[in-house]
Write a protein that binds this ligand. Sequence first.
Ligand SMILES: *[C@@H]1O[C@H](CO)[C@@H](O)[C@H](O)[C@H]1NC(C)=O
Ligand SMILES: *[C@@H]1O[C@H](CO)[C@@H](O)[C@H](O)[C@H]1NC(C)=O
Ligand SMILES: *[C@@H]1O[C@H](CO)[C@@H](O)[C@H](O)[C@H]1NC(C)=O
Ligand SMILES: *[C@@H]1O[C@H](CO)[C@@H](O)[C@H](O)[C@H]1NC(C)=O
Ligand SMILES: *[C@@H]1O[C@H](CO)[C@@H](O)[C@H](O)[C@H]1NC(C)=O
Length: 500
Amino acid sequence: MVVVVVVVSLMIMASLQQKCFARREEPEEAVPSAGDKMWKTIARYERRAKAAAAARHAESLAEYAQLLREVAAGDAEIFSVMDYGAAGDGETDDREALVDAVVAAQLARRREVRRTVVHLPQGRTFKISRLALEGMQGIEVRIDGKILAPPMDDFQRRLGARQHRVRRQFLSPERQRMQFSVIEIAQARGVVITGLGGINGNGRAWWRVRKREPARRAPVLLLVRDSDDVLVSHIDLRDSPFYHVVVLGSRRVKLARLNISSPPASVNTDGIDILASSDVLVKDCWVSTGDDNVAIKEASSAVHVDGGTFYRGHGLSIGSLGEGGTSASVSDVLLANVAFVKTSNAARVKTWQGGRGVVSNITFANLTVAAVGTPIVVDQFYCPQSQHPATCGNSSKAVAIRHLVIDGVRGWHTSGVAAMLHCSEAVPCRVSLANLQLEPAPGCSNVVRCLNVFRLRSTDAPTSQIRSACARGDEMHGFRLDLNRRQRRQLAKNFSCVHP
Ligand SMILES: *[C@@H]1O[C@H](CO)[C@@H](O)[C@H](O)[C@H]1NC(C)=O
Ligand SMILES: *[C@@H]1O[C@H](CO)[C@@H](O)[C@H](O)[C@H]1NC(C)=O
Ligand SMILES: *[C@@H]1O[C@H](CO)[C@@H](O)[C@H](O)[C@H]1NC(C)=O
Ligand SMILES: *[C@@H]1O[C@H](CO)[C@@H](O)[C@H](O)[C@H]1NC(C)=O
Ligand SMILES: *[C@@H]1O[C@H](CO)[C@@H](O)[C@H](O)[C@H]1NC(C)=O
């Protein structure tokens, strides 16, 4: 039985010409007066973020007061790292003190005491060298002070030859990148990490090196590996050498009200990466980074990203998947109610040519965007220069994108392209696109560009005034920027960038 499919984009003849003033990082430098209304929306989001920060702090303070009441009533027990020899001066390595406090808390955990809490008190800075905590069960770690990652040189010295050995392991490229971490929580069950404080990754030296040598490994700031029922909430994670939080091989993990921040020029500082995990909830987080705000990678399912603000960075990505001909699947993802501000994209699906696997049951709903480059991107020809210096060759294999629903994206973009859906000829994408209410920044075009995209249902005609244009795929194979040579030359003269 042949299923008749309809190409989403109808207006093939619509102009492909893009006009815009998009620039790399700081669009506010040249604010056109005609766009004042739009730039005001940014100010509104920034005020809202400040209010969210205050609310988050108040919530965490209330939670601490509650803990103290429970201690007084004999329902909770606190193990302060200060009682296990921590200096908390930002100089001394307090790793052993933290490990000792965790061990003591774990041994002392009794059924009649409801909560057992390891405490890093406020007003102190704990320098912690590379740390792996394995097998924690039913305890909490309350970080009210600051944890400071070791300087790059110290970290590398401790790592020694291991850094070079890792290449020989039989792991996917993504898993290899997640090999190292500053703090690793492994085989944990029922663990809570929360507090008024946070973890500073001391990442600047790493970014400098990795800008020159992208292949150099750097550690994840907080890695949750092979764990179930973990909650990480309220803490700040900043300036990671590499990804900030990674959830790997875990189930029922909740990341709530986190503040993740690194400067826009930092290198590969993804906010949250999820790999080979299921039942993960990312709730009301504030994420500002130099790379993906959230990335959902191979073998993950049932991931909900709900609420919060992604401020600077590349937005949420599913992928990249299928790198180096690998098989990679992601299913059952819901991204909803997130505000994207000054990110290069809002939601993306990125797959490499030559990969195998399926992306299915993905929904992007109720998103708002302000000063976002290209809000929606589906790219089955992903091949970034940083990860693959040579042009990627043609392949008829691709990770299939089988069921993607985009329903409700409001706001304004700066690239002239509201959505770009570039799918392979051999394995077309099935997408439903509805309720796109996107305006371009003043002077920009407002097009949807697509290639080999098939409609999922018949009820999903775009409701906005956006003109759809289906690029015929000139230079589509191994492309980096989907413009023809003439357009590219012209754009290079007029604009600092098109797709940042
Ligand atoms: C997050 O942390 C950064 C850096 O410490 C701070 O500037 C920002 O206001 C915080 N945002 C929220 C929402 O807590
Ligand atoms: C699709 O994914 C969503 C989000 O995880 C989930 O709630 C829903 O049950 C999934 N639908 C199917 C048919 O599996
Ligand atoms: C989108 O927003 C509407 C109105 O606020 C709400 O009813 C709906 O549940 C939201 N959808 C999702 C998937 O959160
Ligand atoms: C890739 O495929 C396209 C279309 O079939 C063809 O025009 C192009 O030359 C191919 N490129 C390479 C590098 O094989
Ligand atoms: C863009 O570049 C073309 C070619 O150099 C030029 O004719 C045109 O005026 C420029 N447009 C703007 C808006 O600067």
